[in-house]
Design a protein around this ligand. Sequence first.
Ligand SMILES: [Zn+2]
Length: 306
Amino acid sequence: MRQRSRIYHLEAFLLIAGLLLSRCIPERKVNLPENLYRHVEYLSSDKLLGRKVTSRGDSLARTYIADQFKAYGLYPGNGASYFQEFTYSGDLFHGVSDDSGKIVYNVLGFIPGRDPSQTLVIGAHYDHIGIKHTPGIQDSICNGADDNASGIALLLELARKHGHEDTPDCNLLFISFTAEESGLLGSMYFLRHPPPDIYTIKAALNFDMIGRMQDNRLFINHTNSADFWRDMITIANEESLTIIYDNLNSRNDGVCFTMAQIPVIWFFTGLHEDMHQVTDEIDRLNFAGMVKIFYLADRIVNQLIY
Ligand SMILES: [Zn+2]
């Protein structure tokens, strides 16, 4: 079922049928900055109420992500499902809460490769911290535009691109982690319970807070998780970004991969005063910077999958 050759046959058939019917479907042009903006705009809108785990906003966010995977031609990444569910244990830092015991979901989209035993994982968390009341401030929604609607937007555009490209040498798994803000619960669950078809994870890329690039500077962390990363990044850096390596080993889903001894890198544009505040809004994002990170990351992906 996951043979791309069948898809090619189907595409070829549809193409010929289309030509016979003299129907011309114009190729849709990809407008990367606009697409990135649209993803962030929805995910960080007030309607999603800060995407706190188990909330209505969380449900809307994961539905949006799964719908995008489907639209880009990705297969469900967990057997027949785009979701990997598990029971929320509560915030690791504050313990059990009213939400403990509810179900939370990672969202997974899959592109089968020629070697089914190897998988490249591309990840970003989609949850955020929800509502926060601050005395003297009317706004209470932590929209999480940088943290981490920015990372999800980039992941979705990579999924769109690779959903329409040649069969890669290894599988590609796009995963949007839940419950990162509660203590990396989604990535930890995924690594402990790999879905069917995921055997060896050859490497992973993680995007968390990539929307606030300043002075062409990009932080890439965990490069000491494998000896090939820095050479690969140097080759891919056609934008001549100033890359600062391994400056921060703080909490992010990449840590779970390093603990599992999987080569991983975390793309990051730095800490800022709006982090986990109601002011983490879309108008403070640097979309031109995100486009540069997209191309850099895509060249790294291509080195790993072809
Ligand atoms: Zn984050």
